[in-house]
Design a protein around this ligand. Structure first.
Ligand code: BES
Ligand code: ZN
Length: 927
C-alpha cells in the first residue's frame, strides 16, 4: 500500500497528466490537504414533485506536492464545470484555468486538470457549484416525510447521512476520515422551516433572490472529518434540556411526537456530563442537538453536535414503550454521545480501524448506561449479550479480524458489523478488567488527549495503554499491550481452552486452539494463539469478584501457543471454574469429572454462589461443546436440568439462545413433540414463579426480572405452557373490545409482543386486520415495531403472502427502514419460513433494487434462512441460487459467506447429533 502511495505522489510530482482512469487507486492522492470548507446549500422543500438542493462549496487547501490535478470525491452531483474557479490566496490572488475534468466512477473521483502546476507550500481556494435531487436512498442529503394528523397532509424534511462515504453525494469534498478541516455551513430555505447543523446559528439573513427564503449561517466548526457533517431543514419542534452547567442540549422531533422526547432530553445531558468526567475532556462544542428522523437507515448517527436517530432509538412513550425499548433508547444515546469523543474528537486514520470508533462507543455506552441507571444491572446484560453474539459469529471460518484491510466503499459498509461493535467492545472490557480501572482510564484519557482533533490507529491506543499499565503497575514490565492485544484484533476467532486436571497433583494442564463450529475443519488447521489472562476460582474459594489474571496463556515469538500448567489447585472433590465473570472471550472445556462436580453444585448445591455470569457461561459452553462434539449432549442436558432452580435473567437468556438453535432444526422434524414436552417441563417452574402472564410488573423491584418475565412469557406461550395461550388471548380480546383501542390498551406493556404474537398465531384474519389497523394508526415507533414483528406470527398462508407483499410496498405503510422486521417475522415463523424463502429467491432482483444502495439492510433478511436450513439439499439449492444471482447480491458477500457456513454447520449438526439429542430429551421428559 505504501508503495502505491509513493507511486501516486511521484506521478503528481512529475506532473504527468492523468490518462483516462489511469488513477485507479482507491484512496485520494496525497498532494493536497483541505484547510477549511465554506459550504452553502439551498434546499427546496415546497414542491413534492421537485425536492432538491443546489449549492456551492469553497475549499481552502494547501498543496503538499506540486501537482497539476485536483482530485476529490463527488457522486451523483450535477456540476457546471464552467463555474468552477481556482485562485491562489497569496497576495497575487492569481486565477487559474482548467484544461479538463474527468470522472472516475469506480472510486467516485472528480478530477480537475489545471493549466498550470500548483506549487507545494501554497494555499489555494477552489469554488465549485453543485446540485442534485434530495434522494430517496436514506444516504447523502436525502428526503424524509411524515403525515401531519391535523391536516392529513405529508410534510417533507431534508436530512443528511454521510457515514461512511456519502458526504460526496451532497457536495464535492475530500471524503476520507483523515482529512479534517473546520466547516462553515450556511443553509438557505423557506422561512417557515428550521435549519440545523453541527454548530449553533451565527446569523440569519433574508435571501435577496427568493421571496420568503432566508440564509442561515452557522458558526465555524472545530476541525472535523466530512462523514460527521450534518444538516437538516425541517418543521420540527424541540424540547430543551434543563440540566445546570451543561452544554445547550435540545431534542427534536415532528410536532406530534414531541411529548415522546422527555426521556431522551433527560438522559442525554446526564450521559454527556458523565463522559466529560470519565474522559477528563469537556464536550468541545457550544451546543448539541439530537433529532428523530422518520426515515433513517442506521439506528443512529453521531454527527458532531447534531446527532440523528431513528424514531425508535430516541423516542420513548411511557404508555407504549417496554422496558427493553426504554433501555434501548438510553443505550443508543449513550453510544452516540460516546462517539463525540471516540470517533469525533479522535477519529480512526482509515476504516481499517473502525473498531476504534464502534467498539469504544459500544463499550463506553455500557459504562454510561450503568452509571445513570445502576438498578438496571445493564453492564452484565450487555457484556453477556455481546459475548453470546461473538461466540457464534466468530466461530465461523468466514469471520474476520477486528482490524482488517479495507478498500471499497462496500467493504467499509460491511465492516459495521458485530465484529467491530460487539467483539471490539468485548476486548475493551477484557482490557479494562485485566488492567484495572485506574490504569485503563488513565490510558484512554491520555490517548484522547494526545490525538484530539486528529486521527489514530490501534497501535496508538496500545502505546497509551501500555504506558498507563506500566505506570500503575497493572502489567509486568515484560508484557506490553500491543503484544497481548494484537492477538485479539489482528486474528480472527477466539480460543477454546482445554483444561485437564491432575487431581492427585493438584494441578491442571491448559492448552488452546481456535474454536470453530465447522467440525470438518481438522485440528491441525485450527491453530492460532491468543494471549489469555487467566482468572479462576475453586469450589472452596468461590471468589468471583476477583477478575484479575492469576496467570497468562502466552504465545511464542513465532505465534505458537505455549502450554501452561497451573498448580495449587484443590483435590478431587472440588471443582475449579475459569474466567470469572467472563472477562475474556474464550470457551472452556474441562475434563468430565470437573463438569460433573460443577453440575452437582448447580443441581444439588448452593448454585447461587457461582456468579450469575458464570452460570450463563457454563450453559453456553456446555451446549457449544455438545454441538461440536467435544462433549456429549448428556452432560449438557444434565446441566440444563438445574434451570428449574434458576431465577435470574442471564442464565435463562443464555439457555434460550442455545435452545433456539436446536429448536430451529428439531422444530421441523417428527421429534419436535418431545422437544416441546422437554421445554414445557423446563419452563413451568420459572413461569409459575413469575406469576405467569399476570400483570405483576408494578411489584417487581429488580428491573431485570421484568426482562426475565417478558422472555419467559414469550417462550411459555410458544410452547403452550400452562395457561399462557388462553391468558394471552384474553388480554387481546379485552383490547379488541375497547371502544377506542388506539387510545386504551389493557395489555401489559412488557407482554405486548407475546400477547399479540400468540393471539395472531392462534387467531383469524379479523384479529390480524385489527392489529394491522392499530399499526397504521400508531404514533409510536416502538409500538409499531412490536406490531410489525407480531403480524408475522399468523399461520394462514394467504395472510403471510399478503404480509410479504405489504413489506415491500412502502405506500401501504411500512417504511423501507422497517421492512426487514416484517420480513424476519414471517421468515422465523415455521410456516412463513418456506414462503419467505421462495419469495426471496423469486424476487431477489427486485429486493436488491428495493434496498440499493443500503445492502446492509438487505443482509438482515438472511439470518432466518441460515438458522433454519439443515438439509444438504436445501443448502445446495441455496448455494446454487447465490452463485446464479451474484449481481443481485453485490455488497452482501460477507453476509452470504456467513449464511452458507451457518447452514453447513446445521447440516453437520443434524447428521451428528439429531439422534442423540432426541434420545436424551426423551429420557428426560419421562424422568
Ligand atoms: N456510526 C454509526 C452509524 C452508522 C452505522 C453509520 C452504519 C454508517 C453505517 C452509529 O454510531 C451506530 O453505531 N449506530 C448503531 C446503533 C448503535 C446504538 C449500536 C446502528 O446504526 O445500528
Ligand atoms: Zn457507533
Amino acid at each position: 500500500m505504501r508503495l502505491l502511495l509513493l507511486l501516486v505522489s511521484s506521478w503528481a510530482v512529475l506532473g504527468l497528466a492523468l490518462a483516462d482512469s489511469s488513477y485507479n487507486y482507491f484512496r485520494l492522492p496525497t498532494a493536497l490537504r483541505p484547510l477549511k470548507y465554506n459550504l452553502r446549500v439551498l434546499t427546496h422543500l415546497e414542491d413534492p414533485e421537485n425536492l432538491r438542493f443546489e449549492g456551492n462549496v469553497k475549499i481552502l487547501f494547501k498543496v503538499l506536492e506540486n501537482t497539476k490535478n485536483i482530485t476529490l470525491h463527488s457522486k451523483n452531483l450535477t456540476i457546471d464545470n464552467s463555474l468552477i474557479t481556482l485562485r491562489d490566496t497569496s497576495s497575487a490572488n492569481k486565477k487559474y484555468c482548467f484544461s479538463g475534468t474527468e470522472v472516475i466512477p469506480a472510486h467516485d473521483f472528480f478530477v480537475m486538470r489545471i493549466c498550470e502546476e500548483l506549487v507545494a507550500g501554497q494555499v489555494y481556494e477552489l469554488t465549485m457549484p453543485f446540485a442534485a435531487d434530495l434522494n430517496r436512498q436514506l444516504e447523502g442529503y436525502y428526503r424524509s416525510s411524515y403525515n401531519d394528523p391535523e391536516t392529513n397532509k405529508t410534510r417533507w424534511l431534508s436530512i443528511t447521512q454521510f457515514e461512511p462515504a456519502s458526504a460526496r453525494l451532497a457536495f464535492p469534498c475530500f471524503d476520507e476520515p483523515n482529512y479534517k478541516a473546520p466547516f462553515v455551513v450556511t443553509l438557505g430555505y423557506h422561512k417557515r422551516f428550521n435549519g440545523l447543523s453541527n454548530m449553533p446559528v451565527k446569523e440569519i439573513k433574508p435571501n435577496e433572490q427568493i421571496a420568503d427564503y432566508i440564509w442561515c449561517e452557522f458558526e465555524e466548526s472545530v476541525p472535523m472529518s466530512t462523514y460527521l457533517i450534518a444538516y437538516s431543514v425541517n418543521d420540527f419542534t424541540h424540547k430543551p434540556s434543563t440540566l445546570p452547567n451543561s452544554t445547550l442540549f435540545r431534542t427534536w422531533a415532528r410536532p406530534n411526537a414531541i411529548e415522546q422526547c422527555d426521556y431522551a432530553a433527560e438522559v442525554g445531558p446526564k450521559v454527556l456530563q458523565y463522559y466529560e468526567e470519565l474522559f477528563g475532556i469537556k464536550f468541545p462544542l457550544p451546543k448539541i442537538d439530537q433529532i428523530a428522523i422518520p426515515d433513517f437507515s442506521a439506528g443512529a448517527m453521531e454527527n458532531w453536535g447534531l446527532v440523528t436517530y431513528r424514531e425508535i432509538a430516541l423516542l420513548y412513550s411511557a404508555k407504549h414503550s417496554s422496558l427493553a425499548d426504554k433501555q434501548r433508547v438510553a443505550s443508543v444515546i449513550a453510544h452516540e454521545l460516546a462517539h463525540q469523543w471516540f470517533g469525533n474528537l479522535v477519529t480512526m486514520k482509515w476504516w481499517t480501524d473502525l473498531w476504534l470508533n464502534e467498539g469504544f462507543a459500544t463499550y463506553v455506552a455500557s459504562l454510561g448506561v450503568d452509571k445513570i441507571n445502576p438498578e438496571w444491572r445493564s453492564m452484565a446484560q450487555e457484556s453477556l449479550s455481546n459475548l453470546l453474539v461473538i461466540f457464534r459469529k466468530d466461530a465461523l471460518e468466514s469471520s474476520h479480524p477486528i482490524s482488517r484491510p479495507i478498500e471499497l466503499v462496500n467493504e467499509i459498509s460491511e465492516s459495521f458489523d458485530q465484529i467491530s461493535y460487539q467483539k471490539g467492545s468485548t476486548v475493551l472490557r477484557m482490557m479494562h478488567m485485566f488492567m484495572g480501572d485506574d490504569s485503563f482510564r488513565s490510558g484512554i484519557q491520555n490517548y484522547l488527549q494526545k490525538f484530539s482533533y486528529g486521527n489514530a490507529e490501534q497501535d496508538n491506543l496500545w502505546e497509551s495503554l501500555t504506558e498507563a499499565a506500566h505506570k500503575f503497575k497493572a502489567l509486568p514490565k515484560s508484557f506490553d499491550i500491543k503484544r497481548i492485544m494484537d492477538s485479539w484484533t489482528l486474528q480472527t476467532g477466539y480460543p477454546i481452552i482445554n483444561i485437564t486436571r491432575d487431581y492427585s497433583a493438584g494441578s491442571a494442564k491448559l492448552s488452546q486452539e481456535r474454536y470453530l463450529l465447522n467440525t470438518q475443519i481438522l485440528r491441525a488447521q485450527r491453530g492460532g494463539c491468543w494471549w489469555v489472562p487467566l482468572s479462576y476460582t475453586t469450589q472452596a474459594e468461590q471468589d468471583f469478584a476477583n477478575t484479575g489474571p492469576k496467570a497468562w496463556m502466552e504465545c511464542s515469538s513465532s505465534g505458537e501457543a505455549l502450554p501452561k500448567t497451573i498448580s495449587g489447585l484443590p483435590g478431587k472433590d472440588q471443582w475449579i471454574l475459569f474466567n470469572t465473570q467472563m472477562s475474556t472471550l474464550y470457551k472452556v472445556n474441562y475434563d468430565e469429572r470437573n463438569w460433573k462436580l460443577l453440575i452437582d453444585t448447580l443441581i444439588n448445591g448452593d448454585f447461587e454462589r457461582i456468579h450469575v455470569i458464570n452460570r450463563a457461561q457454563l450453559i453456553d459452553d456446555a451446549l457449544y461443546l455438545a454441538w461440536t462434539g467435544e462433549q456429549n449432549y448428556d452432560i449438557a442436558m444434565q446441566l440444563l436440568e438445574y434451570l428449574r432452580r434458576e431465577r435470574e435473567y442471564l442464565p435463562w437468556k443464555s439457555a434460550f439462545e442455545n435452545l433456539k438453535r436446536i429448536k430451529n432444526i428439531i422444530g421441523q422434524t417428527p421429534n419436535f413433540e418431545f422437544f416441546k414436552r422437554y421445554l414445557q417441563k423446563l419452563i413451568v417452574p420459572i413461569y409459575e414463579h413469575l406469576n405467569g402472564l399476570n400483570d405483576t410488573f408494578i411489584d417487581i423491584e429488580q428491573q431485570d426480572q421484568v426482562l426475565l418475565k417478558t422472555m419467559v412469557g414469550n417462550w411459555a406461550c410458544q410452547y403452550q405452557v400452562a395457561d399462557c395461550v388462553p391468558t394471552a388471548q384474553a388480554y387481546y380480546q379485552a383490547w379488541r373490545n375497547e371502544p377506542e383501542p388506539d387510545k386504551r390498551n389493557p395489555v401489559p406493556i412488557n407482554l405486548r409482543q407475546t400477547v399479540y404474537c400468540t393471539s395472531i398465531r392462534h387467531g383469524n384474519d379479523v384479529d390480524w386486520q385489527f392489529l394491522w389497523t392499530r399499526y397504521k394508526n400508531s404514533n409510536v415507533a416502538a409500538e409499531k415495531r412490536t406490531i410489525l414483528s407480531s403480524l408475522g406470527c399468523t399461520r394462514e398462508v394467504w395472510l403471510l403472502q399478503h404480509y410479504l407483499a405489504l413489506t415491500f410496498e412502502p405506500k401501504q405503510g411500512i417504511r423501507k427502514q422497517d421492512s426487514m422486521w416484517a420480513f424476519q417475522a414471517v421468515a422465523y415463523n415455521e410456516i412463513g419460513f418456506h414462503l419467505a424463502r421462495d419469495y426471496f429467491m423469486t424476487n431477489v432482483d427486485f429486493i436488491y433494487k428495493f434496498y440499493n444502495p443500503i445492502t446492509k439492510d438487505m443482509s438482515r433478511l438472511l439470518p432466518p434462512f441460515s438458522e433454519q436450513t439443515f438439509l444438504q439439499s436445501d443448502f445446495d439449492e441455496f448455494r446454487n441460487f447465490v452463485t446464479e444471482h451474484r449481481s443481485s447480491l453485490k455488497g452482501l458477500e460477507q453476509a452470504i459467506q456467513q449464511t452458507l457456513e451457518t447452514m453447513l454447520t446445521n447440516v453437520q449438526w443434524k447428521n451428528r447429533n439429531y439422534g442423540q439429542v432426541s434420545v436424551s430429551i426423551r429420557s428426560l421428559i419421562d424422568k
